[in-house]
Ligand binder design. Structure first.
Ligand SMILES: [Zn+2]
Length: 210
C-alpha cells in the first residue's frame, strides 16, 4: 500500500507528489517546485525516508526546490538527460515567467533516467515512461495504477509545446502510444491542476481527439 500527499508549490502552482510506501516508509517525491519551509516541514513530519526525487521534466517550475531537498534529505535526483539543457535554462525561464531574479537557482548533480527504468520504494515499483513533447526529456512515472504525468497529460488538455524543445506532434504520439495503452481506470496525477483518469481523457480530451 502507498499513500500520496499532494503539495502545490512554486511560482506557477505545480503539483508535487510525495508517495510513501507504507510498510517500509521509503518515499519518492515526484517533482520539487520549491524549498518552502512549510513544505519541507510537512515532508519531514511524515517521518519517511526520501529515497528519490524523480523529475517529470526540467522546467524551472518543477525543480526549484531540488538543491535544498538534496542537501536536507540526502536524496538522489533523476531526470532525463534530454532535459539537462532545460534545467540549465531554468534561471532565464524563471525571470521570463515571474520577473524574479534568477541568481538563487542552483542545479545540483542529477542522475539520468531512461524509458522503462524501474525504481523501488520498499516493495513498491515505480516505472519510468518516456513521453517527449512538452519537453524532449518528458517522463511519466507509473506506480500501481497511478500515473504521474507531469506536464504531458492534463485534465482535458496536454502541456504547452511552444517553449524550448516543445513538439505538438510528439506529445500527441506520446500520449496515444505510451499512456492510452494503460487501463482506463488508471488514475492520472497531473503536473498542474486536478486529477483525471486515462479512460476520461480518451473520451473527452479534445486536443488528442482532433
Ligand atoms: Zn513544464
Amino acid at each position: 500500500m502507498i499513500s500520496i500527499k499532494t503539495f502545490v508549490e512554486g511560482p506557477v502552482d505545480a503539483n508535487n507528489y510525495l508517495v510513501i510506501d507504507n510498510k517500509s516508509n521509503e518515499a519518492v517525491l515526484i517533482d520539487c517546485s520549491s524549498a518552502r519551509e512549510e513544505f519541507i516541514n510537512e515532508v519531514k513530519s511524515t517521518g519517511c525516508k526520501l529515497k528519490y526525487i524523480l523529475l517529470t521534466h526540467g522546467h524551472f517550475d518543477h525543480i526549484l526546490g531540488i538543491n535544498k531537498f538534496k542537501e536536507l534529505f540526502n536524496t538522489e535526483i533523476y531526470v532525463s538527460k534530454d532535459d539537462i539543457n532545460q534545467m540549465n535554462y531554468a534561471p532565464q525561464m524563471l525571470a521570463m515567467f515571474t520577473g524574479k531574479a534568477s541568481a538563487d537557482v542552483q542545479i545540483p548533480n542529477t542522475n539520468a533516467v531512461y524509458d522503462g527504468d524501474e525504481f523501488k520504494i520498499g516493495d513498491t515499483k515505480i516505472k519510468a515512461i518516456s513521453t517527449p513533447g512538452h519537453t524532449k526529456g518528458g517522463m511519466c512515472y507509473l506506480i500501481d495504477k497511478k500515473l504521474f504525468s507531469g506536464d504531458t497529460l492534463f485534465q482535458r488538455s496536454v502541456g504547452r509545446c511552444d517553449l524550448l524543445d516543445g513538439d505538438l506532434d510528439a506529445i500527441i504520439k506520446s500520449v496515444k502510444e505510451k499512456l492510452f495503452i494503460l487501463p482506463d481506470d488508471t488514475e492520472v496525477y497531473t503536473g498542474h491542476g486536478g486529477k483525471t483518469t486515462i479512460g476520461f481523457e480518451k473520451k473527452y480530451n479534445e486536443i488528442l481527439n482532433l
